[in-house]
Design a protein around this ligand. Structure first.
Ligand code: AP5
Length: 215
């Protein structure tokens, strides 16, 4: 089982980059944020546990996250390759992932850190819009739909803003990232698997940079 990780602040462009890399590689895109939003929408027990934390921009407890990742990996095959987006986010999650992969005969191959200046991140999040029909992600300033308000992919006309993309919640999410997640950069550097990606430019250039470094 092969596994790589995309690590970066909220709004750095992890999901956007993952979708471009997914189409060019065998890696499956595993986003804990997307899995949690689906659980909230379906009002499952996991969704009910996670909802309040997400609305406040806080991390969902490790045990909830590890449960959904265990279930996701258990539903896969030994030859599957995973690209984790937004997971792990704490040292405890990283250690648990190491143990899970070891049990399944795998290990983390590379961890790609997305380098983006903080002021760019705030602009990206305030302009993010998502299609309610198919989940395609846009940015009003940088990556707008071809026809304003209409999804390029499914033609739907309900492009919404994520409830945790309000200014106060964004600032809290950035603070949570610095306090609880940024330490993972050192954790993976010490393991010798850290790779830096310039994600400050276009999605295409960021994907090209990552693909050129993917082993
Ligand atoms: P999650 O959904 O993972 O949110 P996040 O990490 O805050 O990241 P985002 O999805 O906001 O941003 P992104 O980096 O994917 O950027 P995107 O590509 O969309 O998590 C949400 C919540 O769930 C958390 O706050 C927490 O509560 C909970 N959670 C999830 N995982 C957890 C875990 N493991 N442990 C505990 N709790 C967890 O891009 C952003 C915008 O920029 C878009 O508009 C996009 O179009 C634009 N953009 C992207 N790339 C570029 C580019 N290169 N140039 C110009 N614009 C760009």
């Amino acid at each position: 089982m092969k596994a790589i990780i995309l690590l970066g602040a909220p709004g750095a462009g992890k999901g956007t980059l993952a979708e471009r890399v997914r189409t060019a590689t065998p890696y499956q895109h595993v986003s804990t944020g997307d899995m949690l939003r689906a659980a909230v929408k379906a009002a499952t027990p996991t969704g009910l546990d996670a909802k309040g934390y997400m609305e406040r921009g806080e991390l969902v407890p490790d045990e909830v996250i590890l449960r959904i990742i265990e279930e996701r990996l258990a539903s896969g095959a030994p030859e599957d390759a995973y690209m984790f987006d937004g997971f792990p986010r704490t040292i405890a999650q990283a250690k648990a992932l190491d143990a899970m992969l070891a049990r399944l005969g795998g290990a983390i191959g590379q961890v790609f850190v997305l380098d983006v200046p903080n002021d760019t991140i705030v602009k990206r999040l305030s302009g993010r819009r998502i299609c309610r029909g198919c989940g395609a992600v846009y940015n009003l300033a940088a990556i707008p739909p071809k026809v304003p308000g209409v999804c390029d992919h499914c033609g739907g006309n309900d492009l919404y803003q994520r409830p945790d993309d309000t200014e106060a919640t964004v600032l809290n999410r950035l603070d949570v990232y610095e306090k609880q997640t940024a330490a993972l950069i050192d954790y993976y550097r010490e393991k010798g698997v850290l790779v830096r990606v310039d994600a400050s430019t276009t999605p295409e250039a960021a994907a090209e940079d990552m693909l050129s470094k993917l082993r």
